[in-house]
Write a protein that binds this ligand. Structure first.
Ligand code: HEC
Length: 103
């Protein structure tokens, strides 16, 4: 195999692995803020808090993956694991709830 072909295959493999591991979290829009009844600022803070505290043991779960009811059960458990304050947990909840799965 030519060196150039090997390089191309390696590059593609690396990109596939990176894409599979990094969930891209949505960026809050005005519509999200309106629907959630929260400010855009709050949702953005929630996103930052989520990314900072919740990717240490596993990848970030997409907000769309669970319903609000399910998130409400998960958050208290993960709050303890992440050792974050009630305020931080509440910000994360607002962020995930704004785009949680519909029932
Ligand atoms: C200290 C490690 C650790 C940290 C930090 C952590 N988690 Fe987890 N998380 C786990 C483990 C272990 C599981 C799988 C076992 C379980 O469900 O308890 C899990 C599972 C999950 C699940 C899947 C639950 C399901 O029912 O499928 C979600 C969603 C989640 N975590 C969200 C979060 C959020 C949000 C944060 C940040 C507040 C967070 N995690 C921080 C360890 C962690």
């Amino acid at each position: 195999m030519k060196a150039k072909t090997k390089f191309i295959i390696l590059t593609i493999s690396v990109m596939v692995v990176i894409a599979a591991c990094s969930q891209i979290m949505y960026i809050p829009t005005n519509e999200d803020a309106q629907r959630a009844g929260e400010s855009l600022e709050t949702l953005n803070q929630g996103k930052m808090t989520y990314e900072k505290n919740c990717a240490k043991c596993h990848g970030l779960f997409s907000p769309e993956r669970f319903t609000q009811q399910k998130w409400a059960k998960i958050m208290p458990v993960m709050q303890k694991k992440a050792k974050i304050s009630n305020e931080e947990a509440s910000l994360i909840s607002k962020y995930v709830n704004a785009r949680a799965k519909q029932n």
